[in-house]
Design a protein around this ligand. Structure first.
Ligand code: G3P
Ligand code: CA
Length: 238
């Protein structure tokens, strides 16, 4: 593998420059030349999937309270851009279905099952299938139970496990679940770890890359891809 093979995955869109998990951030990432978009899904009170990272709307909108305590209409009435910069006022929390429709044929999605709601994995997979996105997604989660539910319900969708620490136990558990990608945190990544995971048959994708020095270190370690908030810088480096 050469450095050029390293996948550039825009983390919550180009989230260094635009409000995370909004169309503005995803559009900008595509305009910068990224073709892989990472996003987080949660479920609204009335069972719709929305693209937002936190369990609460407080940090990334002008609202307050739990995502799961709002209906889709309530969530979409919030401003999800002005907290970042006044020029993004009016950005909305995207419905997952609207995002699938907007980026059809233009991106590969790394969909993180972020919410804790029962049935979230299955509902996400069903929408991906219904909109014919199955060949262009990688499903991820930190939550093993959500990955287990996903693998049982939609074994055709490739899955990555986001991990803070990787040991022999997690490697064998990942194998048991049929997970093909392991996602170590950037500050745990070494050449040796990448070689070990690759020898064990996994694709290796780093997360938590917080600066350009770390970004370069991931490339040198030979990861298959990484999420970055600044896709333009990784594209330029590669
Ligand atoms: O790339 C995965 C990364 O998104 C995981 O962390 O907290 O940003 O969802 P977080
Ligand atoms: Ca995420």
């Amino acid at each position: 593998m050469t450095a050029r093979d390293c996948l550039v995955i825009a983390h919550r869109g180009a989230s260094s420059y635009a409000p995370e998990n909004t169309f503005a951030a995803f559009d900008l990432a595509l305009n910068m030349g990224a073709r892989h978009l990472e996003l987080d899904v949660q479920m609204s009170r009335d069972g719709h999937l929305v693209v937002i990272h936190d369990d609460l709307v407080d940090r990334t909108s002008n609202g307050s309270g739990a995502v799961a305590g709002h209906t889709l209409a309530q969530l979409q009435s919030l401003d999800a851009g002005a907290w970042f910069d006044a020029k993004f006022a009016g950005e909305r929390i995207p419905a997952f279905t609207a995002l699938l429709d907007r980026y059809r044929g233009r991106a590969h999605l790394h969909v993180e099952i972020k919410g804790k709601t029962t049935g979230l994995s299955e509902r996400t997979a069903d929408l991906i299938r219904a909109r014919d996105w199955s060949g262009n997604v990688t499903m991820t989660s930190f939550q093993k139970d959500k990955l287990e539910a996903l693998r049982a319900h939609a074994p055709e969708l490739p899955a990555g496990w986001l991990l803070r620490d990787i040991d022999d136990g997690t490697i064998s558990e990942a194998r048991r679940l049929g997970i093909t990608q392991l996602c170590p945190r950037a500050d745990s990544v070494t050449l040796e770890l990448v070689a070990r995971l690759r020898d064990a048959g996994f694709n290796v994708r780093a997360w938590g890359v917080s600066n350009e020095e770390q970004m370069r270190r991931m490339v040198d370690a030979g990861v298959d891809g990484m999420t970055v908030n600044f896709p333009d810088k990784l594209i330029a480096y590669l």
